[in-house]
Each structure stands twice: as structure tokens, then as C-alpha cells.
Design a protein. Structure first.
Length: 478
């Protein structure tokens, strides 16, 4: 018998199986890091059609159960895969997860199935969790289900729930009747509302609430960042903790990364980055003359106003006109932004490339070959792109908010400290002037290299963050 802490992690996204953003990165990395701390952490997620066949071929079919959602009696096949030492359990249902998307129009029911089903799967596989750790609105209802329903089941009577907010902007607000039709939640507390906000439910009923950086944990208590949950968060603030995400350094390691053209490390990064840049310039038909003097600015981001993409749109043409720079934007999302960026790229084919899709391989190549990564977010719970960029010697230029403030220190020419560039006020002038300043430093190679070396020293591995989660779990079960 072991006395390991049993942690059940439930999420709509888990790298490398299904990811659209940082949530997938976090749930992909945290279980591994927890298990290194002698925790017994398993993960439950949907068996989406889009999960690569390579993984599906290695999965083991364990059996099936039926999950009741209101009057619906739904089949759930259970598959298991041990990947990098972590046990993953996949819930199969063709009706819910049979199209090619991670999210679609039926998300309330699809993730109600995941949330209620995860309790049933845990029982089926006989995994008695000390902690259930749920993420964003998709699995938030598990906090309410534990409080209202499953706590009466002896199997979960000792279980505590931790709820992590990755982005307060996506709350999962649905008509009350629909939610209560699907899930056995205590209807009495919703007498005076027409809707149920699943994120609010998670905040209210979890034993601890975390968010993904200390600064964001403070910001969301304010009117400016609270997304109308600030009152609830202030009431519950004693259980709110900010823990900065780490990075999966096995995935984001330029010396071993199989997705980039040339591997490099801290000692040969100048040559390595140049070779990657050359390959990318050839791929995009950019002029390779004067490559050392032509900074490559990269943007790897969802195209959403949260990410400051409207600021990028405001300044990009001016930037292309005034400076000998190349800019590559990889992202997708808001159609207006996509069209606007495309129009500009068509007018500046020698300087500006826009790739409007989710492309993991190109993302890695851009991190490896870029000089400057722009991340002028309006708000940023944590942000991973800036941390990834630092591993690859690409300097982040960020707006100082949320996790960007907790991870990027603006370069100080006098002390020679800092790992990037930052500005405070969300406006195009401050953003543009900071880029201008950064481009000035780019041509002072000794300073630029100093910042890259400063960035290499930063430790964003999951080890430190996982230890903080473990302490929180232990506190919750006390
Ligand atoms: P968010 O979760 O808000 O989208 P993060 O910075 O926390 O932002 O995480 C984004 C993750 O998704 C990073 O790993 C980034 O490299 C990746 N990413 C974003 N857009 C794309 C894209 N179009 N193609 C490939 N990877 C992308």
C-alpha cells in the first residue's frame, strides 16, 4: 500500500492530445511534474476525433459505462493510455466527440458529459481521489456536483476540489433550465437567476481556487479585470491563490526540439538562430541579404482583442514602412482581424507574412528563428508564449499585466538586468515606442545578447509551480 496523494485532473484540453491554447499546455505538463513529487495524478479527458491516430493506436480499451444526464442515458467507452509516465483516461462517445473539433455548438452538454462522467469513470477504474483538480468552465461544474451530489457517495466523501481559472473571460454561462436538466445540482440556490455561470459555480464550490499567475490573482479582484465576477471573487478571496505556470521543458528545448530546422543551445545560439532564420526566410521568400541586420519580429497568438491584436494592427504598417524588419504573424481567430492582417500582408509581401491557422511546427520554427516576440495583451492570465520565447533566445516585448508582469522584466541598460521589453498603458503609441526602443537595442549586439543570456537563466520549469500546487492540495485536505 502506498500513501500517495490521489489527484484526478479533468480538462477539455490536454497536450499533446488536444490543445487550442495555454490550458492544454498546463494540463499536459502539471500531472507529469506532480508525479515527480510522488503524487499519483491521473487525467480524464474526452476522446475527441481529432486526437492523433498514433496515440489512439496505443490506447487500451477498458470497457464501457452509461452516464445519466437528466433523462439521457449515454454510452461512455473508456480508453487508457500511459504517456510519459502519466495515466490518461479517455471518454468515448461518438455523439459528443465524434466531429473534428475540440469545441462546438453543443459544448454545455458535451462538457456536462465530461464533468459528471469523470466521477463515474473514477469509480469504474477504482481511483478514489483525495483531490479533484478541474480547469476553466468546462469542468467547473464538478465542484458543484461534488458539493451537491457526489459528496453523498462514500467513494468521494473525503474528496476535495481545486478549481483553476485559466481565463476569466470565458465563463460558460447557460440557461438555468438547460444546466439543471443535465446535471444534478442544487436548484434552490438558482431561484433568482435565469442563467447559471459555470465558472462562478466553480469559484463558489471549490475548496481552493487558483489562477495562473500571482498578478492576475490580484487583478481579477478589480473592476478593470474582474469580468463581472469581481464581487464573488472578493467574497471568496481567502481561497484564491495565484501560481505561475511553468513550461514543459522537454517540449520546448531548442537543443532537442525535433520540429525546428537546427538545434542549438545556450553556447551556440547565435549561429543556431541564424541558421533557423535563414531556413525560414527561404521558406517565406524573404530576402536573405543583410540577414544579421534585419530583425525578425514574430507573433504567435490567438487573434483576439485580449491578445492586443488590435494594437498590432494599428502599428504594423508604420513599422514595416519605417524599419527594415520582417514580421511573421501566426494565428487564427477573429475574422475581421484575419482579413485586415491579410490585406496588409498582400501589400508588403517582402516583409510581412501572415499564416492564419494553428500550426504547431511553424510555431516552434518561429520561436527558434525570431528575434522579438510581440505580446501586447490587454490582459493575460499567465501567457506561455513569452516563456517559450525566452527558451529559444527570442526576446518578448509585452504589456506589463498578469503573468506577463510576473515573468518579463524590462531590460535596464544601466544595471544590464531584464529579460525583455515592456510597456504599461494599453495604447498604440506606447507599444510602438517600445518596439522602436527594442529595435535600437537590437543593433547594439552586446546588449541584445546580454538580454538573451539573462532570459536563458530564468527557470520556468514546472518543478517549482507543481510544488506550490502540492502544498495547496495538502492544505485543502487538512
Ligand atoms: P492562450 O492560452 O491565451 O491562447 P498562451 O500564451 O497561454 O495563450 O498559450 C498559447 C499557446 O498556444 C502557446 O503554446 C503558443 O505557442 C500556442 N499558439 C498560439 N497560437 C498558435 C498558432 N496559431 N499555431 C500554433 N501554436 C499557437
Amino acid at each position: 500500500m502506498t500513501n500517495k496523494l490521489n489527484v484526478l485532473m479533468v480538462s477539455s484540453e490536454v497536450e499533446p492530445f488536444a490543445k487550442t491554447g495555454g490550458l492544454g499546455d498546463v494540463v499536459g505538463a502539471l500531472p507529469k511534474a506532480l508525479n515527480k513529487l510522488d503524487v499519483n495524478c491521473i487525467v480524464i479527458m474526452p476522446l475527441y476525433k481529432c486526437i492523433s491516430q498514433t496515440y489512439k493506436d496505443k490506447m487500451k480499451y477498458l470497457g464501457y459505462i452509461y452516464i445519466d444526464l437528466g433523462y439521457r442515458h449515454q454510452y461512455c467507452g473508456i480508453f487508457n493510455l500511459v504517456y510519459q509516465g502519466v495515466k490518461y483516461y479517455f471518454m468515448d462517445n461518438e455523439f459528443y466527440y465524434g466531429d473534428n473539433k475540440i469545441y462546438n455548438d453543443n459544448d454545455l452538454e458535451r462538457f456536462a458529459f465530461l464533468s459528471k462522467g469523470a466521477f463515474e469513470v473514477a469509480k469504474y477504474i477504482n481511483f478514489k481521489p483525495n483531490i479533484i483538480h478541474v480547469h476553466d468552465w468546462h469542468s467547473a461544474s464538478m465542484a458543484g456536483l461534488l458539493n451537491d451530489y457526489y459528496c453523498h457517495d462514500e467513494f468521494f466523501s473525503q474528496t476535495k476540489c481545486i478549481y483553476t481559472i485559466h481565463n476569466l473571460a470565458y465563463q460558460g454561462i447557460f440557461p438555468k433550465e438547460k444546466v439543471l436538466d443535465l446535471l444534478p445540482l442544487n436548484a434552490n440556490i438558482y431561484n433568482n437567476t435565469k442563467t447559471i455561470n459555470l465558472m462562478a459555480l466553480g469559484i463558489q464550490f471549490a475548496h481552493k481556487v487558483t489562477t495562473v499567475s500571482p498578478t492576475y490573482a490580484q487583478e481579477i479582484l478589480t473592476d478593470a479585470y474582474g469580468e463581472r465576477l469581481q464581487n464573488l471573487l472578493n467574497i471568496e478571496k481567502n481561497k484564491l491563490v495565484g501560481i505561475l505556470n511553468g513550461l514543459d521543458l522537454t517540449t520546448y528545448n531548442p537543443s532537442k526540439d525535433k520540429l525546428i530546422d537546427y538545434n542549438f543551445n545556450k553556447n551556440d545560439y547565435q549561429e543556431g538562430k541564424k541558421n533557423n532564420k535563414l531556413a525560414l526566410y527561404k521558406q517565406f521568400d524573404f530576402d536573405i541579404n543583410n540577414i544579421d541586420e534585419t530583425p525578425l519580429i514574430v507573433i504567435i497568438s490567438r487573434l483576439a482583442s485580449q491578445k492586443g491584436m488590435d494594437l498590432v494592427l494599428q502599428i504594423v504598417e508604420r513599422l514595416l514602412n519605417e524599419f527594415a524588419v520582417k514580421v511573421v504573424l501566426l494565428g487564427s481567430g477573429d475574422k475581421n482581424l484575419e482579413n485586415s492582417f491579410n490585406n496588409i500582408a498582400n501589400r508588403y509581401p517582402k516583409q510581412f507574412k501572415v499564416v492564419l491557422k494553428f500550426d504547431n511546427i511553424l510555431a516552434h520554427k518561429l520561436y527558434a528563428s525570431g528575434d522579438l516576440l510581440l505580446m501586447p495583451s490587454a490582459f493575460e492570465p499567465c501567457g506561455l508564449a513569452q516563456m517559450i520565447a525566452l527558451q529559444y533566445g527570442t526576446l518578448p516585448l509585452v504589456r506589463a499585466c498578469g503573468g506577463l508582469k510576473d515573468s518579463i522584466e524590462a531590460f535596464n541598460e544601466y544595471t544590464l538586468q531584464g529579460n525583455g521589453f515592456s510597456f504599461n498603458n494599453y495604447n498604440d503609441n506606447d507599444f510602438y515606442n517600445t518596439i522602436k526602443y527594442a529595435l535600437g537595442i537590437y543593433h547594439k549586439k552586446n546588449l541584445w545578447n546580454q538580454i538573451i543570456l539573462n532570459g536563458f537563466k530564468d527557470e520556468f520549469s514546472w518543478g517549482k509551480s507543481a510544488k506550490k500546487y502540492l502544498d495547496l492540495y495538502l492544505d485543502a485536505i487538512k
